[in-house]
Design a protein around this ligand. Structure first.
Ligand code: RP5
Length: 162
């Protein structure tokens, strides 16, 4: 099975990454986590991206806040799918990171999830792998059905109460 590569710009992004790793663990999808910064460790970040496909990764998740260039810098050095998670904080409380992550130039896409959207980043990465992995596709279908059942149980409960 392909692995998911996860990179955060700083250990202060760890709570957001935990949402992604929890989801991948629940789906039993292997992952590898690193702290590489587009600004503080540009050489290591680039090396990881350049070698990621050969090392067996199927998609990469990058979390960063403020001047959030990490996902774009990684995407510049690989043609693997790159998913960006803008992290809350900074002067604009995440809006700065959202725009820095999503507004990529033509030719270098980054699939950007919501601010602090760690769980959705993991699900999107899993959906990418599911294109060629029926086992992951079945797990995602089962999760969707379970999530819907939870909502419908709440629906029944709210109707009974009101
Ligand atoms: C970004 O700057 C990191 O991804 C983090 O979200 C933010 C602040 O980093 P620290 O100053 O907390 O290390 O590069």
């Amino acid at each position: 099975m392909k692995r998911i590569g996860i990179i955060m710009g700083s250990d202060s992004d760890l709570p957001i990454i935990k949402k992604a790793t929890d989801m991948l663990t629940a789906l039993e999808i292997p992952f590898e986590v690193h702290i590489y910064s587009a600004h503080r460790t540009p050489v290591e970040a680039r090396d990881f991206a350049v070698n990621a496909r050969e090392r067996g990764f199927g998609a990469l998740i990058c979390a960063a806040g403020m001047a959030a260039h990490l996902a774009g810098a990684i995407a510049a050095n690989t043609t693997l799918p790159v998913i960006g998670i803008p992290c809350k904080g900074g002067m604009m409380d995440g809006l700065d990171a959202l725009l820095a992550t999503v507004q990529m130039p033509t030719g270098i896409p980054v699939a950007t999830v919501a601010v602090n959207g760690g769980a959705n980043a993991a699900l999107l990465a899993a959906q990418i792998l599911s294109v060629s992995d029926p086992e992951i596709a079945a797990k995602l279908d089962a999760k969707r059905a379970a999530d819907a059942a939870v909502v419908l149980a709440k629906d029944a409960s709210v109707m009974a109460k009101l």
